[in-house]
Every structure is written in structure tokens, then in C-alpha cells.
Ligand binder design. Structure first.
Ligand code: NAP
Length: 499
């Protein structure tokens, strides 16, 4: 409960929504600041977010493991350059354990409603439980709500059917004809893992993807030992990977004319040309747009999947799903026992469907009616003291969202300290301030952001989940260096305090 005495808040209370990578981070960082007055509400039974939900064969992170780790919790034991999903899931559970976060998490507790009232947030949980907080940190993830395709007959399929993020592990696939719709990052990992180990694998490709080949090397026991004994070496590895990713990916995608963006193109073309000898197959796999326009797929062995005689690439459009398989536009019928939907996510949901009511009794659903937006991807006018990690239009792409969230949480704390300071004359004062961005600041930010997206590779002629309903990338269109600078030096003048 909020600890208010004579208008003085002696120990501001936080509620964190979600116990995935970002929620665990927020909890650890609050404790580091000496604030233990918080609860994390998690709708599922365990921490780990995306790594709990995605357990499909081949799941891994295509950001190198030593970079996809918290800066304050390096892991000398990563097994591979790109470690598998279950290892990443275990990492988050271990970190939550080590930093004693579990005791602050309410599991199976989906937040239903949050209302800003009388200077604080009232939070309603699905079981009727209520809470009150001075600050809310929303850490609900981006790629979180499965996108089920609108294909005629999908519900009539008689075999097993599931989305990659809802994998049905009870089905033995070895003697089955499996169909997989989609060729994005998830599909590529599933296809590589299943090729040759199922009766038949039918890949339904609507649009080809550029694939960057990066070998997934095992990390030797010798190297693990070195990392264990020499934390400075481990930090150097992380820092070097961070710089490499920043230059080669983060900065490349925001400048379509850059040499780095052109180099990605060359490397992807080389991978396709060198890996696929069959000319007809190669051309079917060749995208008609630039590399990294869609989110770049990274794989050590995707094209090799098609060297298995039981893997078929189907490029004819899907006409409809029938009870026993898929009917193509040219009337060919592909019989299937299992249908895997690797069809991505609804990326504009963020903390919704939570009902969020702000300062002016307006719902977030209404404010985001057209599309979601947030100042600096973090804060929304009239929704004071509510901050998002990995919120709308933030950095996305082939780099570590952990690095992003670590910068964002420090920005949020800087805002909170500023608000307290402004309210009381000292950041250590007991009264908490109520802060939100100005409408004009969000408008200026959005118009500058939209203008900057014109130079990105995301608008060079493809369709992707990066694009909003207007075809404008819903992402950070500037360099990662700028993101770091913005996060390290908040523009306090763009915020206002609620009296
Ligand atoms: P995605 O990139 O959105 O890919 C969805 C796929 O489904 C596309 O190939 C799309 O085709 C196809 N599709 C959708 N609706 C369809 C329909 N009605 N008919 C036929 N095909 C349809 O989804 P994802 O692969 O799950 O990846 C989403 C994001 O998750 C990635 O971009 C990445 O950011 C993240 N991810 C990361 C990793 C990692 O290793 N770090 C792994 C997996 C996922 P079109 O291209 O024609 O639209």
C-alpha cells in the first residue's frame, strides 16, 4: 500500500506488470535503489516471458548470448554463441532467484485494470485482488500476442494445429506430415530443427526472407573456464559484441544508404548463392526487396533444410485450409497431419488488453485508437507515473532488447528523481512527484520520428511487422548512439508535473 503520511510519501510503491526479461530487470534495479516496496504481477506461472512461451524446436536467440545477458549478471556458462531457448529461460529463472525477485512476484495474476485516481494507480487483478501504487512500470513485452492468420477454413483443420508460441509438445512429429505457414525468424528456426526428422515438412512461403549466415559455435569448456575466472574478459566480450551489433545492425538499418546496410545485402546474397545450388529453388528463395527491410533472419543453416528430400518449399498461394490439409490457389492439395502457424505476433498491443484509465478518465484504448505511441517509447501524456519498458516505437531489430531496457529503466528513475526533486526541492525528499510528458513533446517527437523513418531500410519496398497501418515503421529510426544519449540525458523540459 502507498505509504502516505501528512501528504508525504515515505516509501513510494511500485507495481511492475510482467515478469519477463524487462520486469525482472525493473525489480532488480528497484532493489538496488533500496526500494523493496513493490510487487510484480505476472499472468503466468513462471518468469521468463517470451522464453517461457516460445519452446518450439530450434528456438534460440539470434543475438549472441554474451550480449543477450544483463550487464550486471554476465553468464560465463553460455553453451553457444547463440544459446538455445531453454538455456535462456533458465538464465532468467536463475537471475530472478539470485536477486531474490521471486518473493515479490504474484504469479497467475493477470492485471485487468489500472486507474489513476487521487495521485496514485489503483490496480485490479483478475482474481479480484486490488493494489495501489505510486508508480507503474509496464514490462509486458512486444512480441507477445500470437497472430492467427485469417485463412479460410483454418478452424476446420482436423489434425494438430498450433502457433509457434503455443507449441504442443505432446505431438510426436517424426511420423507426421507437417505444414508450416511462414518464413520469419521463428519459422526459420523451426524449419532448420525439423528438416529431415519428420515424415514430410511442407514450408508455405508467402514472401521469401533474406537470411544472414552466422555460424553458431559451441563455447568450449576452456573458454567457459576463462570467462569464469576473468570477469573483465567476459565484460570485454560483451562490450565488443555490443559495438559490433551497433555498427553492423542498429546503425545500418536506420540508414539505407550506409555501407553497413549494403554489406548486409552482399552477405545475404552470398549466403543464398553459395548455399542453394538448385537454380529454381534458389530463385524461389530470393526476396525481391532489400536485406533487413523485413527483420533480418539470422541462421547458421536455414538453406540446408531444403537439401533434405522430405522438405518441400511451397510458394503457390494458400487458397484455404481443409480438414486434411491445405488447398493451394492452383488447386494442388497438400495433405497434412500437423499445421504449424509461424505467423508472428500482433505487435501493437503492448500492455493491452489491460484497461488503463488515465488522469482525465480517458482510456488508453481510446488514446491509442489509431495506433500506439509514447514519448521516447516510454511515457504517455495524461498517464502520469506509468512508464513502459520496450514500449511503442522503441528500438527494435537485430540487437539486444536487454541493453535497450537497461537504458530505459535508468531514464525512468531519472524522471522519478526529477519529479521528487521538483516537488520537494530534493531528490531524496519523501514526497513523490507526479510526472507525465507534455502533449506537445509527444507530437514533436512523433513528427521528427516519422520524418526520420524515411531514411531507414524498413521503407525500401517490403511489408513487415515493423510497419504500422500507414506503412510507417513503428520503431526507433535513429542510431543507437542517439538512443543511448537520449536515455542518459532526459529532456526534463518535455515533461510536466501534476500539481
Ligand atoms: P514474423 O516475422 O512476423 O513472420 C510471420 C510469417 O508468417 C511471415 O513469413 C509472413 O509472411 C507469414 N504469414 C503471416 N500471415 C500469413 C498468411 N495469412 N498467409 C501466409 N503467410 C503468412 O513472425 P516471427 O517469425 O514469429 O518473428 C517475429 C519476430 O520475433 C521476429 O521478427 C523477431 O523480432 C522475433 N524473433 C526473434 C528471434 C530471435 O532469434 N531473436 C526468433 C524468433 C522471433 P509475409 O512475410 O508474407 O508477411
Amino acid at each position: 500500500m502507498s505509504n502516505v503520511r501528512d501528504g508525504i510519501n515515505t516509501n513510494p510503491r511500485f507495481v511492475i506488470v510482467g515478469a519477463g526479461m524487462a520486469g525482472i530487470l525493473a525489480a532488480i534495479k528497484l532493489k538496488e535503489r533500496g526500494n523493496n516496496n513493490f510487487t510484480v504481477y505476472e499472468k503466468a506461472h513462471e518468469v521468463g516471458g517470451t522464453w517461457r512461451e516460445n519452446s518450439y524446436p530450434g528456438v534460440a536467440c539470434d543475438v549472441p548470448s554474451h550480449l543477450y545477458s544483463y550487464s550486471f549478471a554476465p553468464n560465463p556458462q553460455w553453451s553457444h554463441f547463440f544459446s538455445p531457448g531453454d538455456e535462456i529461460f533458465k538464465y532468467f529463472k536463475d537471475v530472478a532467484q539470485r536477486f531474490e525477485i521471486y518473493e515479490s512476484i504474484h504469479f497467475n495474476s493477470e492485471v485487468k485494470k489500472m486507474t489513476f485516481s487521487d495521485g496514485a494507480w489503483e490496480i485490479e487483478i483478475e482474481d479480484g485482488e486490488k493494489d495501489k501504487a505510486d508508480y507503474v512500470i509496464s514490462a509486458t513485452g512486444v512480441l507477445h500476442h500470437p497472430n492467427y492468420p485469417n485463412i479460410e477454413g483454418l478452424d476446420d483443420f482436423h489434425g494438430y494445429k498450433f502457433h509457434t508460441a503455443r507449441w504442443n509438445h505432446s505431438v510426436d512429429l517424426s511420423d507426421k506430415s507437417v505444414g508450416i505457414i511462414g518464413t520469419g525468424s521463428s519459422a526459420v528456426q523451426v524449419i532448420s530443427a525439423l528438416a529431415g526428422s519428420v515424415k514430410e515438412l511442407n514450408v508455405f512461403q508467402r514472401t521469401p526472407q533474406w537470411v544472414l549466415k552466422v555460424p553458431n559455435l559451441e563455447i568450449s569448456d576452456e573458454d567457459k573456464g576463462r570467462y569464469m575466472n576473468d570477469p573483465a574478459m567476459l565484460k570485454t566480450v560483451r562490450d565488443e559484441l555490443s559495438t559490433l551489433f551497433e555498427i553492423n545492425f542498429a546503425n545500418a538499418v536506420v540508414d539505407a544508404d550506409s555501407n553497413e546496410a549494403k554489406m548486409l545485402q552482399v552477405m545475404c546474397e552470398m549466403n543464398l548463392n553459395d548455399s542453394v545450388k538448385d537454380e529454381v529453388l534458389r530463385e524461389k528463395l530470393r526476396p525481391g526487396y532489400r536485406a533487413a527491410c523485413k527483420r533480418l533472419v539470422v541462421s547458421p543453416n536455414f538453406y540446408e533444410a531444403f537439401s533434405s528430400s522430405s522438405t518441400n518449399l511451397i510458394t503457390e498461394n494458400i487458397k484455404r485450409v481443409e480438414p486434411d490439409g491445405i488447398r493451394l490457389a492452383d488447386e494442388t492439395f497438400i495433405e497434412l497431419d500437423v499445421l504449424v502457424l509461424a505467423t508472428g505476433f500482433k505487435v501493437d498491443m503492448f500492455m493491452r488488453p489491460i484497461e488503463v484509465i488515465g488522469l482525465k478518465e480517458e482510456s488508453l484504448e481510446h488514446v491509442w485508437e489509431e495506433r500506439p505511441s509514447a514519448y521516447m517509447a516510454i511515457a504517455i501524456p495524461d498517464f502520469p507515473n506509468m512508464f513502459m519498458l520496450n514500449g511503442p516505437n522503441g528500438p527494435v531489430g537485430n540487437f539486444s532488447l536487454i541493453e535497450v531496457a537497461e537504458l530505459q529503466i535508468e531514464y525512468i528513475f531519472a524522471l522519478i528523481d526529477f519529479a521528487r526533486e521538483q516537488s520537494n526541492g530534493s531528490k531524496n525528499s519523501l514526497k513523490h512527484g507526479i510526472i507525465h510528458p507534455k502533449h506537445a513533446a509527444l507530437e514533436a517527437f512523433e513528427s521528427e520520428r516519422v520524418e526520420a523513418t524515411k531514411h531507414t531500410v524498413w521503407v525500401t519496398g517490403c511489408n513487415s511487422w515493423y510497419l504500422d497501418d500507414r506503412g510507417i515503421p513503428q520503431a526507433w529510426p535513429w542510431t543507437f548512439t542517439r538512443f543511448r544519449e537520449e536515455m542518459n540525458s532526459p529532456r526534463f523540459e518535455d515533461y510536466e508535473l501534476v500539481p
